[in-house]
Design a protein around this ligand. Structure first.
Ligand SMILES: Cc1ncc(COP(=O)(O)O)c(C=O)c1O
Length: 395
């Protein structure tokens, strides 16, 4: 039998990421010692209190039922955390929905709101799940450029008229992956005016809300007046609490959006394992000192890497947030050529910027996902490889 994927699957042809993963595996098999700075998975452990809560709950036989739309304990902890951390008041029953990681929500949300003739506006460069969601719902995307000269904030006035009239949703992400830019309250206020004028749902992905440096604090989209009328915000425990493999996140904000999405989700899954929700609730309630400490670790890694690379001749903007560095590559290379040269000649793996959209060309993303000594080793290897000096290979 000839088994064919659906036409939809044509959208999910082999990506830069799987190509890179394949290359990485092949190099590892060859025995190459690689320093992997390409993944976005935290290398640090979650707080002990979370693991303890998880362990105790796992041993409790009453914790194994379906949890459907989520347990009150978790929804209440999310609401309390948003109130104390961002000054945002949420009704835990109506304005919060739990998710199996924000990825679960990001890719499913458009199915609840867009039709095939609609457009979804996504940042370029941007986190790939935003496009995936639009495609899974059968809609098209419009890529909104994020440019360095505009501090990587989009210019909403630049979006063509025919696009704003067809757009049903806009996805944005501050601090962002791969571009670790921060939004201002003024930008969010402008976004709310734009959304109201053209009736576009705003989806703000706040996955890196707790990884912000230099004494700054992230702005929750929902903390800006009028935001709840037009949109929702994703947040996750994956990066804040190093809990990525446990899969727990949430969507908060506009009640109509949350309730409509809940209806869709009730047709997709039966909820998150109860012990995971209990551990997450505990972390949200008691984890503030862990959050401070975790951010300091990434901040120190950032300084070490950026200062180290500057010493060997690669000057990169210091990111104000996240676990990533968005690095402009030396002249004469494409993002992919430079990435493969780094692997082959320095044994350091980064992610080529064009994997995040055409405007990512000319950049690579470097993850701060290794201990300080490994980052220093990566700097040394990059210096010794000579890739910063001249272009020596092309692919
Ligand atoms: C911007 C952004 N949003 C969402 C996610 C997905 O996170 P989660 O583990 O909550 O699905 C990631 C993961 O790397 C991310 O970088």
């Amino acid at each position: 039998m000839d088994i064919m994927g659906s036409r939809r699957m044509d959208r999910f042809a082999t990506s830069v990421f799987s190509e890179l993963a394949h290359y990485k595996r092949a190099k590892k098999r060859e025995g190459l010692d690689l320093i992997d700075l390409s993944v976005g998975s935290p290398d640090l452990p979650p707080p002990t209190l979370m693991m303890e809560e998880l362990k105790n709950s796992v041993l409790n036989p009453s914790q194994y039922g379906y949890t459907l739309g989520g347990i009150d304990l978790f929804h209440e902890a999310v609401a309390a955390y948003y109130e104390s951390r961002f000054g945002v008041h949420l009704d835990p029953e109506q304005e919060v929905i739990s998710l199996m990681g924000s990825q679960d929500g990001l890719v499913h949300l458009p199915m609840a709101f867009v039709n095939p003739e609609d457009l979804v506006i996504v940042p370029d460069p941007g986190y790939p799940a935003y496009e995936t969601g639009a495609y899974m719902a059968g809609a098209e995307v419009y890529r909104l450029p994020l440019k360095r000269e505009n501090r990587f904030l989009p210019d909403l006035g630049e979006i063509p008229t025919e696009v704003v009239h067809r757009a049903k949703m806009i996805y944005l992400n501050f601090p962002g992956n791969p571009v670790p830019a921060l939004a201002t309250r003024e930008f969010f206020a402008e976004l709310i005016r734009f959304a109201k004028k053209y009736e576009i749902i705003v989806v703000h992905d706040f996955a890196y809300s707790e990884l912000i440096f230099d004494g700054k604090k992230g702005v929750s989209f929902l903390s800006v007046e009028g935001a709840k009328e037009v949109g929702v915000e994703f947040n996750s425990l994956s990066k804040s609490f190093n809990f990525a493999g446990a899969r727990v996140a949430y969507l908060v904000g506009n009640e109509k959006i949350i309730q409509t999405f809940k209806r869709l989700k009730s047709n997709i899954d039966y909820g998150i394992f109860m012990p995971i929700q209990r551990a997450a609730a505990r972390a949200l309630k008691e984890g503030s000192s862990f959050l401070e400490n975790n951010a300091r670790i990434y901040e120190k890694r950032r300084d070490l890497l950026i200062d180290g690379l500057a010493r060997v001749g690669w000057k990169i903007d210091k990111p104000p947030a996240t676990m990533f560095v968005w690095a402009k590559i030396p002249e004469g290379w494409s993002s992919r050529e430079f990435t493969y040269a780094l692997i082959d000649q320095a044994g350091v793996i980064v992610t080529p910027g064009d994997g995040f959209g055409p405007n990512g060309e000319g950049y690579v993303r470097i993850g701060l996902v290794q201990p300080e000594e490994e980052l220093l080793r990566a700097v040394e290897r990059i210096e010794r490889s000579g890739v910063l000096g001249k272009k020596t290979i092309s692919i």
